[in-house]
Design a protein around this ligand. Structure first.
Ligand code: RTP
Ligand code: MG
Length: 141
């Protein structure tokens, strides 16, 4: 089924010049880039985006990290793209993420308070809908 997902290239990925590599992997897999925008996250956007993690020990470092520089917000579409992009991204922890995945190949978290793992990808159709509305408020669905 054709789906849409929200991908964020996080500040570590943008700073390290990895937007192109992330987009290339999405496109090489056969998904389409429907929307793409470089943004500075507001506190409100981050509070909404990470509401499920509020109160966890990594929440504040995560929000600070996400506000530390520009982010590339992407809507990617395709058959099974929600699960498919999370497979491309790999496990949350870059140290154990499998080689061949974005996080396994490119992610680093050495000496940081939070896992700096290059990308975010929505984890369900509900999350994708909610998250696309946060980063692309004018999106008509
Ligand atoms: P994402 O939401 O970014 O696609 O990643 P995920 O589902 O694999 O991970 P999630 O559990 O939703 O956590 C969101 C982000 O918080 C940071 N994190 N750091 N213990 C830690 O240092 C830790 N745990 C989570 C990561 O940036 C993770 O992607
Ligand atoms: Mg998540």
């Amino acid at each position: 089924m054709t789906e849409r997902t929200l991908v964020l290239v996080k500040p570590d990925g943008v700073k390290r010049g990895l937007i192109g590599q992330v987009l290339a992997r999405i496109e090489a897999k056969g998904y389409e880039i429907e929307k793409l925008q470089l943004v500075r996250a507001t506190k409100e956007q981050l509070a909404e985006h990470y509401a499920e993690h509020a109160g966890k020990p990594f929440y504040q470092p995560l929000v600070d990290f996400m506000a530390s520089g520009p982010i590339a917000a992407v809507v990617a579409t395709g058959d099974g793209v929600i699960t498919g992009f999370r497979s491309l991204a790999g496990a949350t922890d870059p140290t154990t993420a499998a080689p061949g995945t974005i996080r396994g190949d490119l992610g680093r978290d050495w000496g940081t308070a939070v896992q700096q793992n290059i990308v975010h990808g929505s984890d369900s159709t509900e999350s994708a809908k909610r998250e696309i509305a946060i980063w692309f408020p004018a999106d008509e669905g």
